[in-house]
Design a protein around this ligand. Sequence first.
Ligand SMILES: Cc1cc2nc3c(=O)[nH]c(=O)nc-3n(C[C@H](O)[C@H](O)[C@H](O)COP(=O)(O)O)c2cc1C
Length: 243
Amino acid sequence: MKNMIQESGFFEAVNARRSVRIFDQKEPFDHELVRKCMEAAILSPNSSNLQLYNFIRVPESSPLKEALSKLCMGQKAASTARELVVVVTRRDLWKSRAEANYQYIKTAYEGKSDKKQKQALAYYRKLIPKLYSKYPGWSLIKKLIAFAVGWKRPMVREVGETEVRISVHKSAALASMTFMTGMKAVGYDTCPMEGFDSKRVKKLLDLPKGSEICMIIGCGKGLPEGIYGNRFRIPAQELILEK
Ligand SMILES: Cc1cc2nc3c(=O)[nH]c(=O)nc-3n(C[C@H](O)[C@H](O)[C@H](O)COP(=O)(O)O)c2cc1C
């Protein structure tokens, strides 16, 4: 019974969520609920548990909010948002995040097999540095190694720099999705946006050089006129395939 209630809550939120482009300006907006949804979002799965992203909050009270809305190409989803959330990838933080995992594993594996712990520690001290280090030509070398190893046995091919960047964006996008579903579950609406001037946004928010913007999410209580038409989806049988 308990499971059924939880399940229906999930599907209700997923079904009810729409990208809403005009937010209510009058009702009070609870910014604490945004934080609650972010705390849920950081429980999302993420590659190697490195958690290489930040949610940067720009609430309506921020002196940067108006300028940021303009950089979202003046979209109403940004200008009427009660808070903008900039989801930023932090590939540059890989060393400290790998170290945090390493230190956690050192303490968390007490009582478990030594071999498992050693493997997990080696993952963060040996494999992750190989994947995330940046040297001239290293991306090509990694791809050649993957190609050579993959000649004889299954091998992960996505080891080049572009694939590492994609992987970091995947994790940030998954956290964004959990955040948006959470916002619907607490009664608020969102609009994910990729229509923005990333160069100027990075400058405005003084973001680190190695960071990238995954998306900017407008948040608020949606107005009915903020939903631009009925929901359209390609038939499920074209998206869900079986082999
Ligand atoms: C990565 C991403 C970027 C998007 N960028 C924009 C955007 O810049 N402006 C906008 O109005 N909607 C944007 N959307 C919203 C999509 O248009 C919307 O999700 C899609 O049309 C499906 O509608 P629904 O979200 O209401 O189900 C974006 C969605 C995603 C996932």
